[in-house]
Ligand binder design. Sequence first.
Ligand SMILES: [Zn+2]
Length: 482
Amino acid sequence: MAEGKALTTRAADFSAWYNELIARAELADYSPVRGCMVIRPNGYAIWERMQGALDQMFKDTGHQNAYFPLFIPQSFLAREAEHVEGFAPETAVVTHAGGKELEEPLVVRPTSETIIYAMYAKWIQSYRDLPLLINQWANVVRWEMRTRLFLRTTEFLWQEGHTAHATEAEAEAEARQMLGVYRTFMEQWMAMPVLTGRKTDSERFAGALRTYSSEALMQDNKALQAGTSHNLGQNFSRAFEVTFQTAAGDLDHVWNTSWGVSTRLVGALIMTHGDDAGLVCPPRLAQHQVVIVPIYRTDEERGNVLEAADHLRKELVAAGVRAHLDAREGMKPGAKYYEWEGRGVPLRLEVGPRDLAAGTVMLARRTGGKKEAVPMAGLGPRMVHEMERMQADLLETARSRREANSIRGATKEQFLAYMEANGGFVYSGFCGRGDCEAEIKEQTKATIRVLPDEEFQSPEQPKTCMWCGRPSTSEAVWAKAY
Ligand SMILES: [Zn+2]
């Protein structure tokens, strides 16, 4: 592949940049079915690493995986009033199968609360059966009119955790715990800082008592809801008669939570770290962490260089580094650099005859800076160290960018000016009234991302609602969002 046309820059057109980056890095493609996405191997490799890390964290917190059916009887959805109202407009429904019209249409799952709680009603009898802590990795379908690769597609991949508890306090603790797990994953693996907090009623999950969210700020200063965790209270257990005998011998409904993240995280990763040359993948999620590019002219050089490069690769692999030797023939080193840069590989090593003679290799970092000659001896530990530093730097850079694009204690005028200009996170007082929220959304397209958790709250809490001047009941963080 020859060097292609440069990507549209982020500054010129962020949305065009995003689409071109995905095509160049071969992360995903449009499918023959409108709104559906094909995740290509380079994109799927990132998702697999995300899955692996999250799956371990779920298991470490006591959850087990299970699998529930893709089809849900239509009547199930209707049992929880808010839930059906929230999801009915975007469901796909199977009415015919096996050449016959079905007696009851089947909904292709948009989320699995209803089918899972119908099963929990069979499985849970006593307080001894609780807590029940289950996660499912699955695909879901929500009929979207306007789609964007990874961010909003008709079918997407995700995980949905569904738990049942004996008390409200336990369910609340679980919902909060999983929000914390998401935050840890997003910060430590994705190098993506997030704000956490509670959603207002208008942004709450359909059927939940309380929804918690982790929100990240993308490079175009729009927020992205990266993961949510819901305390469902007893709404679903009442609808599906999920009851248990308490230790005292009474009959009670269980308390549920659900929580999920999706392939949307790949989009978040792109928009958090990507630059005008393409994807920048944090080392912990990179398919190839180090790519070795051999440089030679003659056949003799070729033999020596390839031998040395493969030796280096083995050394790196032995040190726990995911290293790849790009030994493709008929492709200039420059074209290889360009391709691996576009795909976001964190580190590149260039090995030529002169490097061999000097006992060094040239190191290039995806995050920039001068190329540097580094000794071949001890290359494994050196690369491990480089990656740790890059992982930490990416998080710090993203955090600084977010803070530089946040304002606190905003007045109505400042808020309007901010949303009119570049946008970002605006912290302000909020009266808690849906009317104010709706009016602001109508006029500025900004929504309340979260009522922030304590550690994100401003040192001085606002006293009045920045919009209507009534007393503030909570600080709110506003932004335009994906
Ligand atoms: Zn207000």
